[in-house]
Ligand binder design. Structure first.
Ligand SMILES: [Fe+2]
Ligand SMILES: [Fe+2]
Length: 273
């Protein structure tokens, strides 16, 4: 929306685009909570994971299930109220998020007996990715109080979750064999490439443009600007600092094969020799 064409020709579509973007955020949250985190946490809670876990872990996993389903409920409540207050109906929303692709793609890279472990690591990465950014967001007084409250409430639970997943992965990693660790290591770049891509966002932006009442020339120019949106997945990607923090705290990054596999993502000073 900061593109030249949008600023010059579409200022009247700003609020519509912002509200739809907010709807997408809510939609993504619901998919993430109910289809991704709930699913993995529920299987851990019910002892369906191949690695036997202490009862305390299973209990904590069940609190994550309850939290995430509650977050999805709050998100839908917020969506419902926003539609009622703005009168703006959501356009068709995506049915998948980046993780919907990243998890199976990474799991396809590892032997069958490691698929669950790969899922655990992927979900743990995702649960550690945005926490700090949400924290900053929930403290920003320029943001509408209701949205800030929504984020702060969610963050309160996510701080706990980040710790839970980090400790669980640490526990797993300590017992994993060298071969298993190396298999997961080589799948991590595949996971990150799918997780950090902006392809789905680009696709959504293109859909959004179709709803603007603008001339054919303006629409073509907007489409070209979206197509040119490049977001390289190198070490400067804004989400990588949090992800690397997680990989460090869970013990993965201390494994040589992990550090080697993620060499391109590490800051120059942190690279293995
Ligand atoms: Fe959540
Ligand atoms: Fe969570």
């Amino acid at each position: 929306m900061l593109s030249a064409t949008f600023l010059e020709h579409c200022p009247q579509w700003r609020d519509f685009a912002l509200v739809q973007s907010f709807y997408k955020f809510i939609n993504d949250v619901v998919i993430f909570e109910t289809e991704i985190v709930d699913k993995t946490a529920r299987r851990i809670a019910k002892n369906r994971f191949p690695q036997p876990l202490p009862l305390a872990c299973r209990y904590d996993a069940m609190t994550v299930v309850v939290d995430e389903d509650y977050h999805a409920l709050v998100a839908l409540d917020f969506l419902q109220q926003t539609v009622a207050l703005t009168g703006i109906a959501p356009i068709d929303m995506p049915e998948q998020i980046e993780l919907s692709h990243a998890l199976p793609a990474a799991q396809a890279q590892v032997p069958a007996h490691l698929r669950d472990a790969m899922e655990l690591v992927g979900v743990a990465i995702a649960e550690n990715t945005v926490t700090h950014d949400v924290a900053a967001f929930s403290k920003d007084s320029s943001i509408k109080a209701s949205v800030r409250g929504l984020m702060a409430d969610h963050l309160f639970d996510e701080g706990r979750h980040a710790l839970f997943w980090t400790r669980l992965v640490r526990l797993y990693w300590q017992t994993a064999s060298a071969d298993d660790r190396d298999s997961i290591a080589q799948a991590l770049p595949v996971f990150l490439a799918h997780y950090l891509t902006n392809n789905l966002q680009k696709h959504f932006n293109l859909q959004l443009i179709e709803h603007f009442d603008v001339s054919a020339d303006v629409r073509t120019a907007l489409r070209a600007e979206v197509a040119a949106m490049d977001f390289p997945i190198g070490r400067h990607h804004p989400l990588l600092a949090n992800i690397m923090g997680f990989l460090h705290h869970s013990g993965l990054l201390q494994t040589a094969s992990v550090a080697r596999a993620l060499n391109d993502y590490l800051p120059v000073t942190g690279r293995p020799a």
